[in-house]
Design a binder for this molecule. Structure first.
Ligand code: AP5
Length: 243
């Protein structure tokens, strides 16, 4: 069963009041370490806005972001044998094999900051990954950012990244300040050709997970086909229901 839809627009005044109340509650209730909230999964197609929205969730929950995409890109950059093998899958827009990903996650969850749960970004992406995760961590909620394929292609092809801060920009939807424009980079897999393969992998291997989590009563659907700020408001509303 779904937890329901969390779309919709709020007036700036209502939103401001809501954020003040939410932050007050977060400060005055018991620390999250003592709460029953486990890990949160940020779910959605490539380019849905998971990385863009992750910062808000980290801020609200104090859970560390665990992005398998970022971990794999770090492995590629390090030139490790695993990174070099993963690069071939990533450049082709294919999913990296489950055993590699599950190994990375098992290792990451051993770190001290993961003890009270984490924010998974881009993991799990297959049912075997979700089944493995069930064995090693408690997932409290899955926030699914839903965006149609047509919008995805524009978002991916126009994405730019600041290598110094990791901040994500978009040539049209979130332009970078002119003073840092020269240093922005484009991910090698952010081409129109590769995004089609990534979408195919998403629909075949990852999208079925939405029903899998919905059957467990964990899925919260968000309309991601709106402005970055509007999606952010929906994300904050979802988080307020989880905490
Ligand atoms: P990964 O890095 O996880 O890529 P992804 O899931 O394809 O997601 P993206 O990072 O592309 O998108 P996003 O949802 O974070 O969107 P963003 O916020 O940047 O994985 C890369 C590869 O690694 C995979 O293809 C696979 O090979 C491998 N991999 C990773 N995890 C794996 C796993 N678990 N199993 C197997 N293989 C794995 O936003 C995109 C753009 O849109 C930005 O420019 C942003 O500014 C803009 N934008 C965001 N929101 C909005 C909005 N509301 N309106 C307009 N523009 C917006």
């Amino acid at each position: 069963m779904d937890n329901g839809s969390v779309g919709g627009l709020w007036s700036p005044l209502v939103r401001t009041e809501y954020l003040i109340i939410l932050r007050h509650c977060l400060k005055t209730t018991k620390p999250l370490g003592e709460s029953m909230v486990g890990s949160i999964v940020l779910f959605g197609p490539p380019g849905a806005g998971k990385g863009t929205q992750a910062g808000r969730i980290v801020e609200l929950t104090s859970k560390p972001q665990v992005s398998t995409g970022d971990m794999l890109r770090a492995a590629v950059k390090s030139g490790s044998p695993m990174g070099l093998a993963a690069k071939e899958y990533m450049d082709a827009g294919l999913l990296v094999p489950d055993d590699v990903i599950i190994g990375l996650i098992q290792e990451r969850l051993q770190e001290d900051d993961a003890g009270q749960g984490v924010l998974f970004d881009g993991f799990p992406r297959t049912i075997p990954q979700a089944e493995s995760l069930e064995q090693i961590a408690t997932v409290s909620s899955v926030i699914s950012i839903e965006v149609p394929d047509d919008a995805i292609v524009d978002r991916i092809v126009g994405r730019r990244m600041d290598p110094e801060t990791g901040e994500i920009f978009h040539v049209q939807f979130k332009p970078a300040p002119p003073e840092i424009e020269d240093r922005l980079i484009q991910r090698p897999d952010d081409t129109e050709e590769t995004v089609r393969s990534r979408l195919e992998a998403y629909h075949n291997q990852t999208a079925p997970l939405a029903d899998w989590y919905s059957d467990r009563g964990l899925l919260i659907r968000i309309d991601g086909n709106a402005s970055i700020n509007q999606v952010g408001v929906s994300v904050e509303r979802a988080i307020s229901r989880i905490l």
